[in-house]
Write a protein that binds this ligand. Sequence first.
Ligand code: NAD
Length: 418
Amino acid sequence: MHVYDHPTFHMACQQFDLVADRLDIPANDRDRLKYPKRALTVAVPVRRDDGKVEVFAGYRVQHHLTLGPTKGGMRYHPDMTLGEVAALAMWMSWKCALMNLPYGGAKGGVACDPGHMSAGELERLTRRFTQELIPFIGPQVDIPAPDLGTNEQVMAWMMDTYSVHAGHATPAVVTGKPVAIGGSLGRREATGRGVGYLISRAMDTIGLNASQATAAVQGFGNVGSVTAFSLARYGVKIIAVSDALGGTFNAGGLDLVKLQEHVTRTRTVANFPEGESIINEQLLTTPCDILVPAAMERQITAANVHRIQCRILAEGANGPTTPEADLVLDQRPDVFIIPDILCNAGGVVVSYFEWVQDLQSFFWTETEITDKLFRLLESAFNQTLTLSRKQKISMRMAALSLGVNRVREAKKLRGLFP
Ligand code: NAD
């Protein structure tokens, strides 16, 4: 399927092939499990503030429809391609199955640079993009959510555009929207809060004391910032943080409240007065107990994996570690990996809670949501750890095996049409 040609798609396929070999999946079933069911590319014309019209490429990939509607984020990033979106959709499938959610995976977005667009331009882009997708999304079809470069406001515009078309408010068409229009309490914090919870479980597992632990976090957006605050609440010292524009390091621990104020003022963690400036590559190789890549794919590679110095690698981002780097990490029992499809699953779990609340028009308290979230994460963490230990395989292989196998079982039970 050359249409998906992209290093991230090859990486997702490589991982799938390893799992398929391990699970002994027959050749007849492999491609059916691997390749996305549907992929859509749309041209999104947008009137810029200066009156010029620019056309952006928009994408949506729905990986499988076997277990329910598809679910996954919408990303606004200049380098987006169909292949990258397809890889992210595939990972969403394994993640939803690992968490036992009634969804297939999806992903989408627009190749644009939201940092260089006005609010008006972003709104016009989002509404036109949503309009193009209307036949392909819906509460029982495909439910978008925020991802890199998108947020609650973008979800509100999507929900409004879809609702205007439907003729009535349809909150369940997206998740991660503001609470005032049917969003869920605790959704914005869910991914980072889940990362924090799973890191605390990993610390228990390897016998690391939180109050003596240090952490470095790459990315200070939704996932990275909430993870940093969550870890600080467990007593962990955050010594380094970075974003797309630079990084900051303080061996004594960064004051996160002051850092957040600095980011609100300057839109970056770079040049934080209470830290030394570092670049992203330094952050990844900083000696620390917990390393949290929470930005982009393919950050830990064959080129830098030998210099990674952490005891817990908690993958807040999707696909931050390449299969080549994994081969090296497989030989390093000193590094405990919480693989992406488990580590950042808190986001899709609370998105699922949001969808359920919207469909029943009955809303839960934040305590109920956090309690249910932690119970699902606890169960998935224990199942993954047990399989990893029993079969002497990596945590990544264990998590992927659980996810892939559940989708495979469901396909087998439903059969092949016609
Ligand atoms: P975001 O846009 O809120 O934040 C992204 C952060 O990463 C920003 O601080 C940005 O400056 C930084 N960044 C971008 N490129 C970088 C680079 N090359 N080097 C260092 N930093 C860089 O996005 P987010 O929602 O926090 O998503 C981050 C990651 O987590 C993505 O991989 C996303 O797919 C994944 N994820 C997000 C959610 C969610 O609920 N938002 C759920 C699961 C997984």
